[in-house]
Design a protein around this ligand. Sequence first.
Ligand code: ATP
Length: 695
Amino acid sequence: MSAVVSPPLVADPFESLNEGQREAVVHGSDGDARALLVIAGAGSGKTMTLAARVAHLIQRGADPHRLLLLTFSRRAAGEMVHRAGRIVHQALRLPSTTRPPSLPWAGTFHAIGARLLRDYAEAIGLPADFTVLDRADAEDLMALVRQSQGLAATKLRFPQKATCLAIYSRVVNSQGTVDGVLREAFPWCLGWEAELGQLFAAYAAAKAQQHSLDFDDLLLYWSALMEAPELSAHVAARFDHVLVDEYQDTNRLQAAILRGLRPDGRGLTVVGDDAQSIYAFRAAEVRNILDFPQQFPQAARVVALERNYRSTQPILEASNAVIAEAPERYAKTLWCDRPSSARPRIVTVPDEMAQARQVADRVLAWREEGIRLKQQAVLFRTAHHSAAVELELTRRRIPFVKFGGLKFLESSHVKDVLAVLRWAENPRSRIAGFRVAQLVPGVGPANARKLLDAMDASATPGGVLPEHAMPAAAREDWAAFAALWSRLRETPAWPADLDAVNAWYLPLLQRLHEDAPARQADLAQLTQIASGYAARERFLTELTLDPPAASSDEAGPPHLDEDYMILSTIHSAKGQEWGAVQILNVVDGCIPSEMSTGDARQIAEERRLLYVGMTRAKQHLELIAPQRFFVSEQARHGDRHVYASLSRFITDKAVACFERVSAQRPPGAEGAPGPSAVPDVKIDLASRVRDRWTR
Ligand SMILES: Nc1ncnc2c1ncn2[C@@H]1O[C@H](COP(=O)(O)OP(=O)(O)OP(=O)(O)O)[C@@H](O)[C@H]1O
């Protein structure tokens, strides 16, 4: 007899939505075919609304396999899918044993781009086995090309590889010219336009030769795909709905892709907050969201979410006062009904050391009040601004995790292992090959280069490697590696391939690194991550596009059951919230950064950055203003201390929203009392000690 499972009686999952949220969620059910723009103020439930809309569409019969959901990070995609799944589950009253529908097309623009390009590679002249270069690999390739062009040796200093890549990336993403980008963002590189143009052409040729795409190519080729009428309709027809989160941080290429996917706007939903646009340095275009409604034959519908569920009224008032001065924006005033008598505070401290002590004191005091460390965050403009705070927290044994530091994939051992897999996947990748060949004992750069040249010259590079003659000292180890490599190419098996590479690499790891056990733990973590992917290619591509954060080279996340606080750049804090937030260095020269004080648009972005930081706080917010702070960013002036004044964004009107305090020095900080006077006695201890040996 089979058991009959009756659906549980649950409340309407859409019941808790407010009026604006509901409007956004059900848009289109009445036949309204306009595109939808949801202007969602900070903390107004954007994630919840988008997830509920996805669930609503599925509930009304949309096929989850035909929903394209584009988010800013993989984590955001996962969160959205999870929440939408829960709502669908509830709305359809599915029994708890039934899994909610999966959304295979949820991910970042780059990850989805990589998948689509793989499908259309042959049609658009891309090699089907292309691999994706991460930033570091792309920089290395840029450096190689720069050298082969003779640009590294020029008398006047030619821009560094990272700067070259940043300029290239900005030209691509803004669809601008080298000249325009230099003028706007890299004025110190003016004069090198022609050489940079040549360099970029050679860089593009090298990528093509090596069957490699960099991050920017994923958007560039996707947008080109959407401009080819023979193919764009085919791509567009795969999806019924396209939903985009964090639209304020998209760039021109991304906007063009969306126009190609939904030329008339039908089935397109974008959600964002112009006041939180903080990625112009990656060519994000705040105009995308400001101009969105007029892009379509029939103007988009705009729904504003103005009710904030996150912060207390005084925190919201202070944040509103900061953003009120922004020159151009969708007019909205956030409100909430969480009164509190505690105003946010501006804390003045003498210098950065005092700031570090203040932060630690405050963290401990809040913890005494019952706010767990996990509910506390310290935010800052630039990753290196937290150095003193990190030291102080470590000294006082306050556990923390930092976001925005060295990444898991940047550690050399993880790169080594991934490079082996990448090279097997794509034998034309010189970057992977150059790294891996030299891991084999006895193989140096000259021999590695000879091998790669031979592979380049062959139509079947996969056949060259096992046959290649290496120096006698390397022969045995090379044969072992070649056997592994050929196996990986000929009979791929996932995730067993990774185990095979690890087994080959472990003896080398022990030879190369003193801290091998810690690094081995990273490789174990990599194996764990690998098991979540169906195939090697997907693993390599998606890991490159959205890498995990921690590595053994850093403090790393403490055990999961431990309480720890968060240190984060404001950029990395996007989309998150904490009970108590402290923001470091809220002084001119830092927010706004000294680098951006010339340009009105950059200043506007810095204002939004402070606003994003402030609106992360739920109950407590403190901005710290050291009176002296150390500047090391500006090469022109070298390292120096400056006397700082409170950030210009805290105008007189805004100041009124805060309580102002000066941090007291903790007792004893002026210097420990010296020893009292030595008693006036004369004892010849020295000869007594010496005599000990002569007696
Ligand atoms: N209708 C609602 N009723 C009660 N709480 C809500 C409602 N909508 C959202 N919230 C809560 O408000 C908080 C903020 O929501 P969410 O993180 O989705 O905001 P957001 O718009 O993405 O913010 P931001 O853009 O600042 O990152 C969350 O804690 C969420 O659970």
